[in-house]
Unconditional design. Structure first.
Length: 230
């Protein structure tokens, strides 16, 4: 089966769409705070969202290459406004390759991140970014409480599946655009959302905002697929 894109479940909310339009890294073994930034990459951004994305791609904690022909992509969900000095994000980054009609995820990371930058600097020309993530294992819970406010942690818990579903869809779309393909014979199994009926599926936000087609999601052979209703 070819996938005409793509594959999600649960019920999307207007709040999620609104926050995402204004704006997942397994955590390290130690809490990470990194202020290194590739300014040559950031200088190319024409808005804050693009600058944040380029910053994530410049950090080896989020984006690294394991194969020569791999390509890294990062997406994020903001839990607060992205023009505040501390931004709480869920970050999802993946390294993809496309071979023989199949899209393969070589490496990936997904998790909560606190991004910090000084407000007095224009986001068109930042000279300093930093991030903090919780440590793995038994440290994770304590670090999460220390780094993220209670209301952010509650939203992470309540909206985790919905957030990941939409971030996965955005990652797949970026990979499709980069590799110049519209149909895949296969996509990574970790991106496939299972279902029993149509109501288990959602139409990802990056399809809801398009005017080219009235998209909806259907359960086909126990897999959620986004389809055009023309």
């Amino acid at each position: 089966m070819s996938y005409n894109i793509f594959i999600m479940n649960k019920k999307i909310t207007i709040l999620f769409l609104a926050i995402f339009l204004s704006g997942c890294s397994i955590s390290n073994n130690v809490a990470v705070e990194d202020k290194n930034v590739n300014l040559s990459i950031l200088s190319g951004g024409n808005n804050l969202r693009e600058s944040i994305n380029n910053y994530l791609l410049s950090q080896e904690h989020f984006a690294w290459k394991t194969v020569e022909n791999g390509k890294n992509f990062c997406v994020f969900y903001p839990f607060n406004k992205i023009n505040e000095p501390e931004i709480y994000l869920w970050v999802r980054c993946s390294e993809f390759v496309f071979e023989n009609g199949a899209l393969k995820e070589e490496s990936g990371i997904s998790g909560p991140v606190k991004l910090i930058y000084p407000l007095e600097l224009s986001y068109f020309d930042y000279t300093e970014f930093s991030y903090v993530v919780p440590r793995d294992g038994s440290f994770y819970g304590d670090d999460l409480k220390e780094i993220f406010p209670k209301e952010i942690r509650e939203e992470m818990n309540e909206q985790r599946e919905l957030i990941l579903v939409n971030l996965n869809s955005e990652l797949i779309e970026q990979a499709a655009d980069y590799f110049g393909v519209k149909d895949f014979s296969e996509i990574p199994s970790s991106f496939i959302q299972r279902c029993n009926q149509d109501s288990d599926c959602i139409t990802p936000f990056n399809y809801l905002i398009r005017s080219s087609c009235p998209y909806s999601s259907r359960c086909v052979d126990d897999i959620c697929e986004v389809v055009c209703n023309y």
